[in-house]
Design a protein around this ligand. Structure first.
Ligand SMILES: *Cc1c(COP(=O)(O)O)cnc(C)c1O
Length: 380
């Protein structure tokens, strides 16, 4: 199939599968004979309820969750969850432990400081040697044998994938081996959810905004072990708005108030598309291939630089740098001319970044790699 649209490497809101956009376009004016757009439907009517239930069921199936895990659809983004998690989980124990791996973990732990007694279990604030190479601050996941998790903490929070720094935690920690086997694991999974198989049996709660790897912005997912909420005494903190009380949201099937109906519908189409592609196993294989291709191209060149330790490299967000600041403008202009969009790095770290979520096909990464080689040649 000829490429009709450019390849969009945006970090979020990000590219969606073209098949999903086409389906949504075809159903825009009249969803399956209802005479209405999904945007115009009552969230309590049978049509939307069927969309909502199917999206939740498909998401649950894609994640390979057991019956002990429930999924909530909320609003406010991952940023709101940074406060909602402590407001819900620190009711009878103020101790919360955080691992600091970069920009997004910093946001989470700064927010949690308002609600609890925060302890840094590990931090990547210092440049250091990792596996024999010198790595700058926030370019690695602190080695897990050095983590100091309080055994009586109410939870341990991790950012699973630092979208800006390009640092990913590829395996969840073994908390029992750290003497903290009872501490619930909480993960900001915004930018790598559904990118590969993940072991949710070890996860008490995972959350994120939909706009990276799932759908449009305006939808927040929360995956949680039901007993974490049921066993809590008696409810969220008094300061917690009722729409942010997990128990209330759970008891009302994520319909405590009007949900983000259209984003839920699009997310549902993405889940159907993912199931057709072969689920997270298939995504994991393709994403591994995409990441290997791109990092391979960056590694074999002396022109492009990366800063993240090899063992912590993100499969989803690949930041890289040019040897001269004057080259960024021509690089981005040349990329745009070839239909390679949104490669500018985040302002906090500069440089370039290719976000290669599930919706980025292998051909997009191949086109980027070809451009990297051509641009380097032009400069020499
Ligand atoms: C984008 C992002 C956020 C912020 O998400 P919002 O939905 O904009 O609040 C938080 N954490 C991570 C890891 C992200 O990638």
């Amino acid at each position: 199939m000829a490429q009709r649209r450019p390849f969009n490497f945006a970090p979020g809101p990000a590219a969606l599968p073209e098949a999903v956009l086409e389906k949504a376009a075809a159903e825009m004016l009249d969803w399956r004979g209802s005479g209405m757009s999904v945007m115009e439907m009552s969230h309590r009517g049978p049509q939307f309820l069927s969309i909502h239930e199917k999206a939740l069921a498909d998401f649950h199936r894609l994640l390979g969750l057991g019956p002990e895990h429930k999924i909530l659809f909320m609003q406010g983004g991952a940023s709101a969850q940074n406060a909602i998690v402590p407001m819900n989980l620190l009711t009878n124990n103020p101790r919360c432990d955080y691992v600091h791996t970069g920009h997004w973990s910093a946001k989470s732990l700064k927010e949690a400081q308002h609600y609890g007694d925060l302890h840094l279990a590990a931090t990547a604030e210092q440049a250091r040697e990792i596996d024999g190479e010198m790595v700058p601050a926030f370019g690695y996941v602190p080695p897990m044998k050095e983590w100091r998790v309080r055994p009586d903490a109410a939870y341990l929070h991790l950012c699973g994938n630092e979208t800006i720094g390009g640092v990913e935690i590829h395996n969840w920690p073994n908390l029992a081996a750290m003497g903290a086997g009872d501490v619930p694991l909480v993960i900001d999974a915004s930018s790598h959810i559904l990118s590969r198989p993940m072991d949710f049996s070890k996860v008490a709660l995972a959350y994120g905004g939909a706009q990276k790897n799932i759908g449009p912005s305006g939808l927040t997912f929360v995956i949680l072990r039901e007993d974490l909420i049921r066993s809590r005494v008696p409810k969220a903190m008094d300061c917690c708005p009722s729409v942010f009380d997990y128990r209330g949201v759970l008891d009302n099937d994520s319909m405590l108030n009007t949900p983000s109906t259209y984003p839920i519908y699009i997310a549902g189409l993405v889940f159907e598309w993912l199931l057709e592609q072969g689920g997270v196993e298939a995504m994991g294989r393709i994403n591994a291939q995409k990441a290997a291709l791109l990092y391979g191209a960056l590694d074999q060149s002396d022109f492009y630089q990366t800063k993240v330790a090899r063992s912590s490299r993100s499969w989803m967000n690949v930041p890289f740098y040019l040897p001269d600041d004057r080259l960024y403008e021509p690089f981005l202009a040349g990329a745009k001319a070839r239909g390679l969009l949104s490669l500018k790095g985040h302002k906090a770290v500069g440089g370039l970044r290719a976000s290669i979520y599930n919706a980025m096909p292998l051909e997009g990464v191949q086109a980027l790699v070809a451009y990297l080689a051509d641009f380097e040649k032009e400069q020499s």
